[in-house]
Design a protein around this ligand. Sequence first.
Ligand SMILES: [Zn+2]
Length: 583
Amino acid sequence: MINFFRKKEERQPQPIRTWKCKKCGAVVNNIEVRENHYACPHCGAYVRIHAYRRIWLLADEGSFEEWDPVMEAVNPLNFPQYELKIWEAQQSTELNEAIVTGKITMDGIPCAIGVCDARFLMSSMGHDMGEKIARLAERAAREKLPLIIFAASGGARMQEGIISLMQMAKTSEALETLKESGQLFISVLTDPTYGGVTASFATLGDIILAEPGAMIGFTGARVIQQTIGGKLPPDFQRAEYQMEHGMIDAIVSREDLRDTLIHLLRLHTESAQTIPGVHPAEKAGASGTAAASAAGLNFAKLSDAGSSSEAEKAESGGKSTRDSLSAWEHVKISRAKDRAHAQDYIDALFPDFFELHGDRFYGDDGAVIGGIATFQGTPVTVIGVQKGRNLAENRVRNFGMPNPEGYRKALRLIKEAERFHRPVITLVDTPGAYPGVGAEERGQGLAIAQNLQQLSALEVPILAVIIGEGSSGGALGLATANEVWMLENAVYSILSPEGFASILYRDAKKHEFAAEEMKMTSSDLLRLGVVERVIPEKEPVTPGNLSEVTDLMVPLIGDFLSRYGSMTGKELRAQRYERFRRF
Ligand SMILES: [Zn+2]
């Protein structure tokens, strides 16, 4: 009855069944739906996929090994007719329980997998489902496998009462064991994911993906409506709504799901191997050189940075605009509409960048882009403050002024980078943190302060590059790094020259004079030791000529990663501590 893999069935000609699409009403059949990645060919609405079929769509051929295929049904409260209900569900679905678990490979990468099937009592979580998930997570931890769970659920299994409730704690606990083993957990939310499952394993993913349009929430929309009265937003609790509210990293179509999961697994399985010193096994051997390089990086390097930095050597090949322009002219260039923005650098330097969204708390700040990529084979976390180029873009990007959720998203991703031993690279370009009522209500100051403190304690290397405007604590919140670099025409200061002039000279029109006095240009900051390196710009950098600076940056970033990659977490913290302690 169970434990069969539907490969055979998929290959044999199937009888044609037709039905009406629930969303658009068009008549569809199983053949065209299957060929369209299990979506309606007319409106794209997804058809719920059976668990074994889902695994078949993802796994390398013949790689699926099922775990705990048969669980004995339990009835902890002796609930009348419950055994019969389970038996009926088993008969109609050919499943033993609402989740199928096991191990697969995808493109050769082994991983543990669990797939919920909503046909089985709405995939409600009772003892057997909780037990299978706990065993799955524990075994993945023991066997050092990353774990992917496709969640779907109406919530708790009411017939099991309080024992069902206990499954929430049990599964969460088991996932903590997985986390402690250093393994990745990807949660994929499918339609529908509700109740006790949302409030336990489903939302504990290091990365949370969702299928387009999936309904996801804790309390069902109907109950909320009855409780509060009034109208709910039109897309309330859809995956898209949840992503906008910071709960989901990315929405991935079925068509792209396998490739996306492979990409994410690869970014995590390679991480520990390619960074020499960060890997625990190699720490001992590398510590000698690491200590030497740590010592060499402190004051000696900073103090002579102004006279003979490699940036200036790199510059000698071409004439630079530095020093021939006034400070205010640098400010204008740093703010120019056609200046290259964070996303342009990410596209050029990290072509396999995968963007992750949300602070898992309140929202997804469009002013801050963050995600994972590789740089010369080393997985890195990249965070950038993004400005828009026109009004529509700036509505999304908030003119590059992050809200607290932007700083919290960055911190969440940076802490995750630390968990997986990934170095962090930030690209800073902001007129400042967003001055707004909501930002204050949600703790703008606290969000920045927490970044400063947590970043200073981080046990992986951080490189910050100021690519345009670096204004105030809003910039520093992403620049508490082991090294801070600047583009030649970027500026970095306590606040805007206009703000400075109006506070100190009570005349905002004295901004040109203020810009000079503030010592905010790259050459000033190099002299002050606030930055370690200036990346020369032959011409002010635009998306069109960006390769001129990224060509210079590539070997420099490679050098940074190898120098700091050989340091231990403790050494990295100490270096960062000294770097800012001296000011
Ligand atoms: Zn349709």
